[in-house]
Design a protein around this ligand. Structure first.
Ligand SMILES: [Zn+2]
Length: 164
């Protein structure tokens, strides 16, 4: 009898916990975070390529090994394709073997912002452009030194500008 009660209490606690979590992620989606550069969804749709729109504004992920930027090794800047904000530099790029352009740090501390993403079973840290809010990818803790971070970025969000 006691055992049944304990299991019931545990199930109830779990349900409450999951409910809170879903509500939390729902709230986040509804809350409108403000960025220095804001445009309407219609404007973004018009200005961006369909692929860039899907990733930057709809949080989609490009297929791995499809970005020509995977191969870039020459010095230069990677800017946001949505707003031109400097996001990453070649000097922080490394070959992660994942099929997505990867960096161990952003160009500057405040170039990107982050939020927690509950799309998969485990929470991930989502990365977006600090200027226009466009979704870029995710950051993981399995990168190389000196930071140990791996910024896994959709190449379609970036435009490469070689150093002159
Ligand atoms: Zn941007």
């Amino acid at each position: 009898m006691n055992k049944t009660l304990i299991i019931f209490a545990f199930a109830l606690a779990l349900a409450v916990f999951l409910g809170l979590r879903f509500r939390k992620s729902g709230d986040r989606a509804e809350s409108v975070e403000t960025f220095p550069l804001t445009k309407t969804d219609a404007q973004w749709k018009e200005e961006l390529s369909p692929q860039a729109y899907q990733v930057l504004r709809q949080h989609s992920t490009e297929r791995p090994n499809t970005s020509p930027l995977n191969k870039v090794k020459e010095p230069g800047d990677f800017v946001c394709v949505g707003c031109g904000n400097l996001l990453f530099k070649t000097e922080h790029k490394f070959d992660s073997g994942t099929g997505w352009p990867s960096f161990y740090q952003p160009a500057t501390q405040d170039a990107v912002g982050s939020s927690t993403d509950y799309k998969l079973v485990y929470p991930r840290t989502e990365i977006h452009c600090a200027r226009c809010g466009g979704h870029l990818g995710h950051v993981f803790d399995d990168g190389p030194q000196p930071t140990g971070k791996r910024y896994c970025i959709n190449g379609v969000c970036l435009e490469f500008q070689p150093e002159e």
